[in-house]
Unconditional design. Sequence first.
Length: 134
Amino acid sequence: MYAQGEPKDDAEAAKWYRLAAEQDHASAQYHLGVMYSNGTGVPEDSVEALKWYHKSAERGHVSAQLRLASMYARGIGVPEDDVEALVWYLVFSDKCPAGHRDNIARQKEQLTAGQLAEAEKRVAEYMTKYSRRK
């Protein structure tokens, strides 16, 4: 992002990421979410981070899908929601490295049969709705 020898300006980077993110650029949406998560160039704001991760995840950004799952599982920026966490872990699962499969198994263990069925239903709805948006 920065030319060699130029000083780093996180606020300027956030401005450009926002411009791209508002044009539905999934990677820019993800990076803007990271900036809000860390308070880099913008005030730290987990709710705003969640918003940008969600937009990016819906466009198929794998890292954003994982961040969303983790935020829902831990209640960061949103009330803790094990079903929604599993939804995003499952959406992410076909692309995830083996190390993350433990997260999916742990998440499944926390849910009732009814909650698992609800999560699987939401995943199917997600795949139908968002697979056309990429």
